[in-house]
Design a binder for this molecule. Structure first.
Ligand SMILES: Nc1ncnc2c1ncn2[C@@H]1O[C@H](COP(=O)(O)OP(=O)(O)OP(=O)(O)O)[C@@H](O)[C@H]1O
Length: 614
């Protein structure tokens, strides 16, 4: 799999973004679980207070022990203090345990909230977004970033804690040797730049590797999922696919090693910087002590404070670095949420009419985002309510594309599709979808119950067993669905206990039932009988008018004899309508339709006479 790695460097995101992305993260966690967030922070603070209290009370206890020794020996004297210290230690233990559990729930609640936002966006974007690699990359990264907001909140709390502890030491040092403080903070600066660079490196790694990760995920699914399992075995593809998977993983690992080496180099440089500053400070202190300008006790205290401060600065800066890194992911995620729905096309808001008298396709052209040339070129046609309209044409001539545009899954690049004069681009797409029942060649097969597989045609009727069964009867699916182990409650997938698979033709009838149950004025059937046996196909087309009485049907087919009864037939070739009329008119015109119809009829009769000859 040739995966192009195009994005080399992280867009330059300065540390100044940190406050904003931190606020975004806090807002996200707050939106997901405000009370849990408060509880979590309070528990963390209590933990800190508890640790300080242990030190204070512990010191008092020791002082009392030393004092008691002289005056009134016996454990009784220090028992209350001992009990206090033990009590505090026990409380810290409980607080820590509670904090861990609260954090677990908070983390999962935030992840769930983040995932829901992704689902909402993914369900809302124009279908064309799914045709662009960029959308898939961002979707994958957003999905992988779901735990980052809570990581940031943890980081914020941790950073505040360590900054507070730095404060105390700084005050102490200022009273002894004030010059040491700016020295250490100066040393902290390269450290900070270091962690920002390290965060960018890791984010950049993920940015570069997203497409590789997607390709790897795809290969993994090919090797582990049910549907491709047949071909993978029949064609012996496992070795080949595994090798590709391994190669992509190698690429990922090589890039990861490169990134970790880069981060380590950054860490080495900034640690050396901090160590030099610490060494300089210590040397200065020693020089002062040796020259007699600083008392020994003060020197020792200042040196200890210096070392502790150095360590704290290191921890704090690393905390900030983690925050920054997580923030880059959160920013990526929030930008995705904010921009994805608006990226593709525009969304109309007018209510869609309940029905139409006429649909007019006027000079419509369309090019897929990933295609070089147009799939449809200046297509014009008209559909009257109640008609059965057929679209025929060779593979790739644009039939399905036209069906997708008529279903308002894509918007035309040029031209208009109008319902009684109203441009469908101005109509609320969800409402318009409700007016259309469309079954595509590659219809979905849900690993859910038979009832749901049909009821999804009109999800408000999904629990209406009699409506579902009536639709199944129309589509000729009731006989075998009723026979399933749990009837319509059987899951149509052997991957689940008691589940059953269906034959391809049986699945197609289920899909047809899905169109039947939808009370829509426009029915679009893309190759609805490709998998049906000849008798079933003949039967369906014979009955199509009575089955969809009062509705308008757009039929797509390769088999010309199945559409001969249509009111109007449009012949597509290379994205253009080259002929149209009813069967007799098209035969009389003696053009492409007549040629292909005769060819198919001859082939069919030829085969039959061969059979007869055998
Ligand atoms: N998602 C896509 N991205 C890019 N090009 C596409 C996409 N889907 C289809 N095409 C191209 O658009 C053209 C029209 O395809 P379409 O699926 O509409 O043909 P069709 O007439 O329905 O073919 P068939 O009879 O094989 O179903 C073809 O050249 C096809 O390769």
């Amino acid at each position: 799999m040739s995966v192009m790695v195009t994005c080399d460097e992280v867009p330059n995101k300065s540390i100044r973004l940190l406050p904003r992305i931190t606020a975004d993260s806090v807002r996200l966690v707050w939106a997901a679980a405000p009370r849990l967030l408060i509880v979590s922070i309070v528990l963390k603070l209590l933990n800190g207070v508890g640790l300080a209290a242990t030190l204070v009370f512990g010191r008092d206890l020791i002082s009392s022990v030393l004092a008691a020794d002289a005056v009134k020996p016996g454990i009784g004297a220090v028992a209350p203090q001992l009990a206090t210290v033990v009590g505090i230690v026990a409380a810290i233990g409980l607080i820590t345990a509670a904090g861990r559990e609260v954090r677990e729930i908070l983390s999962e609640t935030t992840a769930r909230h983040a995932k829901q936002a992704i689902i909402d966006v993914a369900a809302k974007v124009e279908l064309s977004a799914y045709e662009t690699p960029n959308f898939h990359d961002r979707l994958l990264r957003a999905s992988a970033a779901e735990h980052r907001p809570i990581q940031m909140v943890d980081g914020v709390v941790g950073t505040i804690g360590s900054i507070a502890s730095i404060g105390g030491i700084v005050v102490a040092l200022l009273t002894i040797q004030p010059w040491l403080v700016p020295l250490l903070f100066l040393a902290g600066l390269p450290l900070l730049i270091g962690v920002v660079k390290a965060g960018q490196a890791m984010f950049g790694f993920h940015l570069r590797m997203t497409t590789v990760a997607r390709a790897r995920g795809y290969l993994y699914r090919l090797l582990t999922a049910k549907d491709p399992a047949k071909e993978v075995r029949a064609f012996g593809l496992a070795g080949y696919l595994t090798a590709r998977h391994t190669a992509l993983y190698d690429q990922h690992m090589a890039e990861l090693r490169k990134t970790t080496r880069k981060r380590f180099r950054i860490a080495v440089i900034s640690t050396i910087g901090l160590s030099l500053a610490l060494g300089g400070g210590l040397a200065g202190l020693l020089a002062l002590a040796l020259s007699g300008r600083l008392a020994l006790a003060e020197t020792a205290t200042a040196a200890a404070a210096l070392l502790i401060l150095g360590e704290r600065i290191l921890t704090t800066v690393n905390n900030i670095g983690d925050l920054y890194e997580a923030g880059l992911f959160v920013e990526d995620y929030t930008t995705f949420l904010a921009t994805a729905p608006h990226q593709h096309g525009h969304t109309g808001t007018w209510p869609a009419p309940a029905k139409f008298d006429r649909i007019t396709v006027d000079n419509v052209s369309f090019t897929y985002p990933a295609a070089n040339g147009p799939a449809l070129r200046e297509v014009s046609l008209e559909i009257q309510a109640g008609q059965v309209i057929a679209l025929v044409g060779e593979n790739g001539s644009g039939k399905t594309t036209l069906a997708k545009l008529l279903s308002r899954l894509y918007l035309p690049a040029a031209g208009t599709i109008r319902w009684d004069g109203t441009d469908t681009a101005d109509l609320d797409p969800d409402e318009l979808h409700r007016r259309i029942a469309v079954i595509f060649q590659d219809f979905a097969r849900y690993d859910l119950t038979a009832r749901e597989n049909i009821g999804f045609g009109a999800v408000e009727h999904v629990d209406d067993q009699s409506a579902v069964q009536a639709a199944a009867r129309h589509a000729g699916a009731d006989s075998y669905l009723s026979e399933l182990p749990k009837g319509y409650e059987t899951i149509l997938s052997p991957e689940y206990d008691g589940g059953r698979d269906l034959s391809v033709g049986q699945w197609q009838r289920v899909a047809l039932a899905r169109a039947f149950i939808r009370d829509a004025p426009l029915i679009i059937l893309d190759e609805p009988t490709a998998a049906l046996d000849p008798r079933a196909e003949h039967d369906l087309f014979r009955r199509i008018r009575s089955l969809y009485k009062g509705r308008t049907v757009l039929l797509i087919s390769h088999r010309y004899n199945t559409v001969r009864d249509a009111d109007h037939i449009y012949v597509l070739d290379e994205g253009q309508i080259v002929e149209h009329g009813d069967h007799d008119e098209l035969m009389a015109a003696n053009g492409v339709y007549a040629e292909l119809f005769t060819l198919q009829a001859a082939a069919y009769t030829g085969r039959r006479s061969d059979d007869a000859a055998r």
